[in-house]
Design a protein around this ligand. Sequence first.
Ligand code: URA
Length: 209
Amino acid sequence: MGKVFVCDHPLIQHKLTFIRDKETRTKDFRQLVDEVAMLMAYEITRDLSLKEVEVQTPVATANCKVMSGRMLGLVPILRAGLGMTDGILKLHPTAKVGHVGLYRDPESLQPVEYYTKLPTDVQERELIVIDPMLATGGSANAAIQVLKNNDCSQMKLMCLIASPEGVKAVQEAHPDVDIYVAAIDSHLNEKGYIIPGLGDAGDRLFGTK
Ligand code: URA
C-alpha cells in the first residue's frame, strides 16, 4: 500500500488557506501555487540519496555530500499540473519535464490520453507526477499507467489537495506509488469537485471559466 504524506509545514498550510479563498485573484493564486509547489518539493525530495565528496575549503579539506542516484523527472498532468511545475524546478533546475494530457470522455467519464511527451531517459529517472487536485483519482491513475507503460518504475504523486476517494483509488490501483499532498479534504460532491477544495484549479490558474 502506498503511503500518504501530508506536508503540514506551517508555510504550506498558511499559503494553502489563501489558495482556497475564492477572493484570491488569478495572479496571486498562481504565485501561491508556485510557492507551495516549491515548498512541497523540499519535503518530497527529502529521501534523495547523497554521496560523500571531499572539497578543499580555503583552509582545509571538508568531507561533504552531493546528490547521487537517480535524476529527477517531473510529469505534470495537463493542464493544471503546469501550475506547480515551475515551483519544483526552482529547487531542482536540472529536472527534465515530461507531459501527459488527459481528457474525460463525456460518455464513459473515463480519462482518455491525448498527448504524451516524455524525456528520452525517463525510465532512469525518479518521477514526480503532478496534479493539484486528486479528486476521483481517474486522471492520476491513468497518468501513472502511461508512465508504467513506458517502463517507468520509480514515481511519486504530488497534489495540493486530495479527496479521501482519490487517495483510496490511487492506493488500490498503484500501491507502489506514494502520495504527497498539502491537505486531504472531506469528500467529493456529485459533480466531482473536492469539498471544500478550491474550485477548478485549472480555471483559477489560467483565469478561464
Ligand atoms: N479538479 C479541480 O480542479 N477541482 C476539483 O475540486 C476537482 C477536480
